[in-house]
Design a protein around this ligand. Structure first.
Ligand SMILES: Cc1cc2nc3c(=O)[nH]c(=O)nc-3n(C[C@H](O)[C@H](O)[C@H](O)COP(=O)(O)OP(=O)(O)OC[C@H]3O[C@@H](n4cnc5c(N)ncnc54)[C@H](O)[C@@H]3O)c2cc1C
Length: 388
């Protein structure tokens, strides 16, 4: 039995199995192009076209606005990301951001905004982005300095957002701004005058990133998403819905790395035996397999819980994100080690996976930041006598 067929061993409802099958077809169609796409500095046209034709981006929007299911479902997103991330980080990121970048509009946008943007997101006619981070503000989001002011039926945005996925290629940005004593999210179409995009950073992983400067950028007042000053809640509910899908991507990536390690070590002999039977190599492979299955079990449990109630199960999503991304880091590192010098070759599959794994422990809440909030929750439960 190949490791990939293990994906089928979970008792997923038929609709998720169908998603796995469709995602597998997209990944297979793009596999030979993944090395090119993962090096791209803008969205790769073939990846976009293939994903759009598959209709899978419609998972990110509710049925009312052209989406696949009645509501946006963390388990569905996780299932697809597991398949995509094992083939191409670029494909996975494009898919994931359609949800992360549009979710605030889905849950808090006016009717007009929803009708204008969500069907286009579902069809991948519009690319979405979520702009929170700033040059001097990352984990400590409440320290942002970008502002929004309302006057004369217009919202004026001033500030600088940094490290924004799809920055420069997105059709709209959901921008977190300070508004009086609170924080508001504002939808800014990318063609609004007063937006300047630069690409100061190229990172080691396949990722389209841009910095965006808003210089007195004006949009109509109904482009505020949700109530004035209540934008942080929307950010938190976006994380609660999508954080677990990073775990899905990490599991898929780790599994692909293990497959690479198996392919190489079963096929190469040293000292007269296959590497896969030599010294500690077999136990390194088996440990990776074990860790992947542990991570996958928690990921699917957390994703199913998040699909029922994302906010109430954020702790599980957070644990799955930490668990699976840390496992992916270890598995991919072990894979490089057992492949020896061939694990280090630029442009090889394992090299791409190695680079793709690293940022997962940093974005959407770094491991340490999430552990910090889990620890606080744990102590609170302990003090309240709520732990069995
Ligand atoms: C590939 C990629 C894509 C991204 N895409 C987007 C995007 O689309 N939109 C967006 O807004 N941002 C995006 N980001 C930015 C990302 O959200 C930030 O990198 C992340 O929030 C961490 O912020 P930072 O990098 O500034 O790290 P810092 O906040 O400077 O933290 C550095 C390190 O310090 C430690 N640390 C910080 N605070 C604490 C704490 N409270 N407790 C314990 N340890 C702590 C952690 O180890 C952390 O990794 C992206 C980043 C990457 C790498």
């Amino acid at each position: 039995m190949s490791l990939d067929s293990k994906l089928d061993s979970y008792e997923l409802a038929p609709r998720y199995r169908e998603l796995q099958r469709e995602a597998g077809a997209v990944a297979a169609a793009l596999a030979a192009h993944a090395d090119v796409a993962d090096e791209a500095s803008g969205i790769d046209p073939l990846v976009r076209e293939t994903l759009a034709a598959s209709g899978l981006a419609s998972v990110m929007v509710s049925a009312e606005y052209g989406g696949r299911f009645e509501s946006i479902d963390s388990l569905a997103v996780t299932v697809v990301r597991e398949v995509f991330a094992g083939t191409s980080g670029h494909l996975d990121s494009l898919f994931a951001m359609q949800g992360i970048g549009s979710y605030p509009v889905s849950v808090g946008g006016s009717d007009r905004l929803r009708k204008r943007w969500l069907p286009a997101v579902a069809a991948l006619e519009a690319v979405a982005a979520l702009a929170l981070t700033e040059p001097h503000v990352g984990s400590d989001l409440k320290a942002i300095t970008t502002t929004v002011e309302e006057a004369g039926g217009k919202l004026t945005i001033r500030g600088h957002k940094s490290f924004i996925t799809n920055g420069g290629d997105a059709d709209f940005y959901c921008v977190l701004c300070r508004e009086k004593d609170g924080f508001s999210l504002v939808l800014v179409p990318a063609d609004t005058p007063g937006i300047k995009v630069t690409r100061p950073y190229q990172i080691i992983a396949p990722h389209i990133l841009g910095d965006i400067v808003f210089a007195d950028t004006r949009v109509p007042a109904d482009h505020r998403i949700g109530e004035p000053g209540r934008g942080f809640r929307l950010v938190l509910s976006t994380l609660a819905t999508f954080r677990v899908s990073v775990a899905g991507a990490a599991v898929g990536l780790a599994n692909a790395a293990l497959n690479e390690a198996l392919r190489h070590t079963a096929g190469r002999e040293q000292f007269g035996v296959p590497l896969a039977a030599l010294g500690p190599v077999p136990s390194m492979l088996a440990l990776s397999w074990t860790e992947i299955e542990m991570a996958r079990s928690l990921t699917y449990r957390a994703a199913a819980a998040a699909a029922r109630d994302p906010d109430a199960n954020l702790h599980l999503s957070s644990m799955a994100k930490i668990g699976a991304t840390e496992v992916a880091g270890r598995v991919v590192d072990r894979a490089v080690q057992v492949m020896g010098r061939f694990g280090l070759v630029r442009g090889s599959v394992i090299e791409r996976l190695y680079r793709e794994a690293r940022p997962m422990r940093i974005y959407e809440g770094s491991t340490e930041v999430i552990l910090d909030s889990l620890a606080r929750q744990l102590l609170k439960q302990h003090s309240a006598g709520q732990r069995s």
